[in-house]
Design a protein around this ligand. Structure first.
Ligand SMILES: [Zn+2]
Length: 267
């Protein structure tokens, strides 16, 4: 057998052996993490991911209007930040770089947000505010988390019972967070909350959630427009400059031709 061929076969065998060994190692660490998570799983029955989705929706589609009215949401309102189990942990996430997330409690670094989430679940679960047992993810039905997560595609089938339940939850949020009896700001926000979140809870599909949009979205839109304009402006000036220099060249050419013509005429 060709020595180079046998060497390459040996190399290949060694490589595949190494692969199986590392795979086994990864599986065992994976299993360890799962058992660690299972240890504390009974403590929290609230989805971090859905709580975050609900919080993002509140931040984007409600808070700009609440701030505009300078209204203080009461802690009795389930949308209040104290009623989000994960709010304190989320506030202790430090996004250093694209590939670096740091724990605000113990300063440990992680490659991705999901690893930091796992670290919070394993190491800092005792810091979760479980005393109120309030879970923001429970409001996802009323706040249209699925609509936002599924990139705004309408659901194929409408369940009237679920829609009625979500509408009821939505209206009870409007009543408890913005009681009409508390003055004009509360009344305006009550009305806004119904239009922004509750009207879309119907099977007709005529109304989409968040008709008033959010402030973040519009500011991002304007930012994109202005960046685009700034990028296109130099290109526009370059075209104008090139066009003008072309014209100038053309004129000089014409002048030369006419001069040559004048010189040749007398002969
Ligand atoms: Zn930590």
């Amino acid at each position: 057998m060709d020595p180079s061929k046998s060497a390459s076969i040996l190399f290949f065998i060694a490589l595949s052996l190494l692969h199986t060994v590392t795979q086994g190692f990864e599986e065992s660490t994976g299993a360890r993490i799962v058992t660690q998570e299972q240890e504390h799983a009974h403590e929290v029955h609230c989805s971090r991911e859905r709580s975050k989705a609900a919080w993002d929706i509140i931040e984007e589609y409600l808070m700009p209007f609440v701030e505009q009215e300078q209204y203080q949401i009461s802690s009795k309102c389930r949308l209040h930040q104290d009623n989000d189990l994960f709010r304190d942990q989320e506030r202790h996430k430090i996004h250093v770089d694209i590939n670096e997330w740091r724990c605000g409690y113990c300063k440990k670094s992680f490659r991705a947000e999901k690893f930091l989430d796992r670290h919070f679940d394993n190491r800092h679960y005792n810091l979760l505010n479980t005393s109120h047992s309030k879970c923001l993810a429970d409001l996802c039905g009323a706040l249209h988390c699925d609509y936002v997560k599924n990139s705004k595609s309408p659901k194929s089938k409408c369940n009237p019972a679920a829609v009625a339940r979500n509408r009821h939850l939505c209206e009870s949020l409007a009543d408890s967070c913005f009681p009409i009896s508390q003055g004009s700001s509360a009344s305006r926000l009550h009305e806004l909350f119904l239009r922004q979140f509750c009207d879309a809870h119907s099977c007709s599909g005529k109304r989409k959630p968040f008709p008033r949009e959010g402030k973040k979205r519009t500011s991002v839109f304007y930012l994109a427009i202005s960046i685009l304009t700034l990028m296109l402006l130099p290109i526009f000036y370059l075209i104008v400059y090139l066009y003008q220099s072309e014209m100038r060249k053309g004129k000089q050419e014409l002048r030369r031709i006419s001069q040559v013509g004048r010189k040749t005429k007398p002969s």
